[in-house]
Design a protein around this ligand. Structure first.
Ligand SMILES: [Zn+2]
Length: 375
């Protein structure tokens, strides 16, 4: 079902969206492929078919019927007249998919089948080689990556990837390897739900705001807040079995390159210089020890670029760095330590998956919500 903004809000909203989509189309560097002709009428019709937004801008509000399941949110864009145009343009760009875990192996397998049919899966080594030789990757190149890498990457994703001979990369939080400690953001949410208190969270924080509040703190304050939550909560969080060093080697042997995602997944922008150094070099040394060779790829925790990390990564010999900005990138990355990625999930519906791959859904999301930042 497709809704429209009501009354007078529709026209200005359409004009803004058309401008946004036109900007998106024209702002791409020339190296990313030639222009695809598209008329304002096509873009207009796409945008006028947008469901009302829940943003603060105005008059329109989403109804329950329009909201739909998260896995298919925006899936209706698949039928937009702009989709073929975005898809044609996406053929000339690199799609790096950023998954976290895989909760639905069957759906993930179906996504991989779709990629095998419609795209050219590439490996970390392929991307590194393209950059070293200055030759763009093949049209419709797609690289699959996993951030944080919970055990489902080994148990659910690896068998599906191996069965189809599709390479991937997993970015791990080194200090969790071989432990049963949960991710700190899951732990904080659990502790807050069970009476945990922290001075920095003294004013009322809704559960959905907790993570954003913690991420906004200077890193020493985030760590102190976590400690305060731990000592004040009524219950301890359940353990979460993490990957072991042997599991990392099994991933590597199965064609999943293991990359650096720092020691403890802080927001680098909130860390001082020495913490940035310790987080990256500590993880680098541990991974080198476990894998028998130094990692060459890095994913910024929380997806945000940090120039101090960039300098350090160059010194350590890293060849690729990945953001979580929900965008396609050029087939020959211009900034190898700042490669864009698209956020997907194993439960993402096929319709939505197609519009993410084409860049249409990310373009519409940017217009509606602004830049995307992920974990
Ligand atoms: Zn992460």
């Amino acid at each position: 079902m497709i809704g429209r903004a009501e009354g007078g809000a529709a026209a200005p909203r359409d004009r803004r969206a058309v401008r946004a989509l036109r900007w998106y189309h024209h702002a791409a560097p020339a190296t990313e492929g030639g222009p695809v002709p598209q008329s304002e009428a096509t873009l207009s019709s796409t945008v006028s078919s947008l469901p009302p937004t829940t943003s603060t801008t105005g008059a329109a509000t989403a109804t329950e019927a329009e909201a739909g399941p998260e896995s298919d949110r925006g899936g209706w864009l698949r039928f937009s007249p702009a989709q073929p145009l975005f898809r044609a343009r996406a053929a000339q760009r690199l799609a790096v998919l950023a998954y976290h875990g895989v909760t639905d192996p069957r759906s993930f397998g179906a996504q991989l089948d779709r990629l095998r049919r419609l795209a050219t899966p590439v490996s970390v080594q392929d991307v590194e080689q393209a950059i070293a030789e200055g030759k763009p990757l093949p049209p419709r190149s797609v690289l699959i990556t996993f951030d944080d890498a919970d055990r489902s990457v080994l148990t659910h994703a690896l068998p599906e990837l191996t069965a189809r001979k599709i390479p991937a990369a997993a970015f791990v939080i080194s200090e969790l390897i071989g432990t049963d400690r949960p991710f700190w953001w899951h732990e904080a949410a659990f502790l807050a739900r069970h009476g945990g208190q922290a001075r920095s969270l003294r004013s009322h924080v809704r559960p959905e705001q907790l993570l954003a509040r913690l991420k906004a703190l200077p890193d020493p304050d985030r760590r102190r807040s976590l400690h305060e939550l731990r000592v004040s909560a009524r219950r301890r969080p359940p353990g979460q079995e993490q990957l072991s060093p042997e599991d990392l080697r099994a991933l590597q042997d199965g064609g999943v390159a293991v990359g650096n995602h720092t020691l403890g997944h802080p927001c680098l922008a909130r860390c001082d210089d020495s913490t940035v150094q310790a987080e990256i070099t500590g993880a680098h040394e541990a991974l080198t020890r476990w894998l028998g060779e130094p990692p060459t790829a890095f994913a910024y925790p929380n997806g945000g670029y940090d120039p101090r990390a960039d300098t350090l990564l160059r010194q350590l010999g890293y060849r690729l760095g990945f953001l979580s900005d929900h965008q396609l990138g050029p087939r020959l990355p211009v900034h190898p330590l700042r490669i864009s990625r698209l956020q997907v999930d194993s439960t993402t519906s096929t319709r939505r998956f197609d519009t993410i791959l084409s860049g249409l859904e990310p373009a519409v999301q940017r217009w509606r919500k602004g830049p995307t930042v992920a974990e």
